[in-house]
Design a protein around this ligand. Structure first.
Ligand code: PRP
Length: 210
């Protein structure tokens, strides 16, 4: 389904691997593997319209006009949970730079708190792929997008595995140009601002922390 800038993946592999993640019986090693598989599937979709330039190559047979990527690409994992999506994106985009941003949600208020930011002030990437398996209230993505806009990135793409409808509504309202690629959109949040039915806390399940 495509709703303006929201791209909800519809693929049997996505459904299967998402079910593995939702299952509370899934062990951390399987959970990590599932996050990586879904990140790869989402990553393929999110790169469908990346710019290309023509290049001439000599094949073993003859000269041929081919294409290579033509963009400075930044991969922006949101610590911690976004780390689980970095390797598959680097498999797809081996020449991308990786810029880490550290945020956690205050457990009382559900507001994001930034704790790590090494983004430079100049030479913004052409395209930034923001990696975070969860988009709940949207507060964390709001903070990340503002920081990337301040850096000067015009093409910002958020790759999440699971999102809540209220968070999607917030991000699409506040940032109409930001594209969101997601494997599932759940209807709501509970009183602790967790996605319902969701998959729990992705960071804790990836890193096996309580
Ligand atoms: C989770 C998740 C997102 C954020 C989503 O991080 O990985 O970053 O919360 O919530 P929001 O949309 O309401 O802002 P968490 O605070 O659990 O940190 P962690 O990745 O270190 O586990």
């Amino acid at each position: 389904m495509t709703l303006n800038q929201v791209f909800l993946l519809d693929h049997p592999l996505v459904s299967h691997h998402l079910t593995v993640l939702r299952d509370r019986a899934t062990r951390p090693s399987e959970f990590r593997a599932g996050v990586a598989r879904l990140a790869m599937l989402i990553g393929v979709h999110a790169t469908e319209d990346i710019p290309l330039r023509d290049v001439e190559v000599e094949t073993p047979i003859m000269a041929a006009t081919c294409q290579r990527l033509d963009a400075e690409i930044g991969i922006v994992p949101v610590l911690r949970a976004g780390l689980g999506m970095v390797d598959p994106l680097l498999e797809l985009l081996p020449d991308a730079s990786v810029w880490h941003l550290g945020l956690y949600r205050n457990e009382e208020t559900a507001e994001p708190v930034g704790y790590y930011d090494k983004l430079p002030r100049t030479n913004a990437a052409d395209v930034a792929f923001v990696l975070d398996p969860m988009l709940a209230t949207g507060g964390s993505i709001d903070m990340v997008v503002r920081r990337l806009q301040e850096w000067g990135v015009s093409d910002i793409r958020v790759l999440s595995i699971i999102a809540a409808q209220p968070g999607i509504d917030r991000v699409t309202r506040d940032f109409p140009d930001v594209k969101i690629y997601v494997a599932a959109i759940d209807p709501s949040l509970n009183e602790d601002a967790f996605i319902v039915p969701g998959l729990g806390d992705a960071g804790d399940r990836i890193f096996d922390t309580p």
